[in-house]
Design a binder for this molecule. Structure first.
Ligand code: KG4
Ligand code: ZN
Length: 337
């Protein structure tokens, strides 16, 4: 059995997978404590991980009906992320692996988001299961910290086609939601509000003038800010759903048009999505049909989770006992993202 840990941000996560990559448990403990601050407070996140990690590991083992004795590999997110938060996962993984004499697989968080597509997906209705996706495919990862489009040629690596030059798509959702007075994290709240609105009501800029596959979302947030200043309080209040729907549409269009461009240019037949924003229903609906096949991970595998880290770990060369004693976390990406 593979035990995987993910503590790169504000979710304390542990999962158990079989050596063949079948998920036996996927426990996610979201640290609601940050919501009152309107964003993740790194030091608070580290302390929360420390308090939660052992219980989350126990829960993952119990749910999987397994014990530490059955483990063959321990996997952990090494980076990028909040360094104090990452260190809790790395230290826990090292401790479990070294006392059991097990190999340890350090996993890149972004590779993890890509590897979520190596696990079964859901159909367009979000109910029925679809088989895992095999490379090659084009993958859009859009989360709170990262947004990039990649060509996934094999299980162990990916080539970045384009990336955001400023805010990540999830960050844009969170900032827009904040301007609309919605709680943090804003993406799901904004999506719910947008459901009652008209996406064509306001013409927010869709940043598709950039050449290639790069993204830019910072101008969009400013456009919403100015629009809110132009409207009276009464108008803004009455049209919140329209504002949310139009704002969401601008993000979804920017993402979808890059995917379309990649499909046209590279001839990719299969596309997958990952990261927290891939949980967005409007994005999923917009991307349906852009390629011959769209792989949609279930929502729990889009937002941060440890099952995706376990899925990636199966294709990482693991370190043997004695080789990982000085393994360290890395806070920023190892590639230009
Ligand atoms: O992948 P993730 O859980 O964590 C990071 O690695 O950042 O992504 C979290 C981000 C947040 O910005 C959140 O607002 C956004 O994903 N998000 C959504 C939705 N669910 C989560 N954005 C739009 N629509 C959603 N349904
Ligand atoms: Zn993430």
């Amino acid at each position: 059995m593979i035990l995987a840990l993910e503590t790169s941000c504000d979710d304390t996560c542990a999962a158990v997978l079989t050596p063949e990559g079948v998920i036996r448990s996927n426990v996610i403990s979201s640290q609601g404590v940050h919501d009152q601050f309107g964003g993740v407070v790194p030091e608070v996140a580290s302390r929360q991980h420390l308090q939660l990690v052992n219980a989350v590991v126990d829960d993952a083992l119990t749910t999987a009906q397994t014990t530490l004795d059955d483990l063959t590999l321990v996997a952990v997110t090494q980076g990028p992320g909040l360094v104090g938060a990452l260190l809790v996962g790395v230290a826990t993984a090292k401790a479990i692996a070294s006392v059991r004499g097990l190999p340890l697989a350090p996993v890149d968080h972004l590779q993890g988001h890509v590897a979520a597509s190596f696990l079964p997906g859901v159909d367009a209705e979000g109910t029925g299961h679809t088989p895992p996706l095999e490379p090659p495919f084009t993958c859009l990862v859009a989360s709170g910290g990262h947004t990039f489009l990649a060509h996934v040629g094999d299980h162990a690596s990916f080539d970045v086609l384009g990336r955001t030059l400023d805010d990540a798509a999830g960050e844009a959702f969170d900032k827009g939601a904040r301007l609309l007075g919605l709680p943090y994290p804003g993406g799901p709240h904004l999506e719910r509000l947008a459901a009652d609105g008209d996406p064509e009501a306001f013409g927010f800029p869709v940043s598709d003038q950039l050449a290639g596959y790069d993204f830019s979302f910072s101008g969009l947030k400013t456009a919403l800010l100015y629009k809110l200043r132009d409207l009276s309080d009464a108008e803004a209040g009455a049209r919140r759903a329209d504002l949310a729907a139009s704002f969401q549409r601008a993000i979804v269009e920017a993402l979808a048009r890059r995917v379309e461009r990649a499909v046209l240019t590279t001839g990719a037949e299969r596309v997958s999505i990952g990261g927290g924003v891939a949980a967005n229903g409007a994005l999923r609906a917009r991307l349906a049909g852009v390629a011959g096949h769209l792989h949609i991970p279930p929502r729990a595998l889009c937002t941060d989770n440890a099952a995706m880290i376990g899925a990636a770990a199966r294709h990482v060369s693991a370190l043997e006992p004695g080789e990982y004693d000085d393994l360290d976390a890395y806070p920023t990406g190892r590639r230009d993202l």
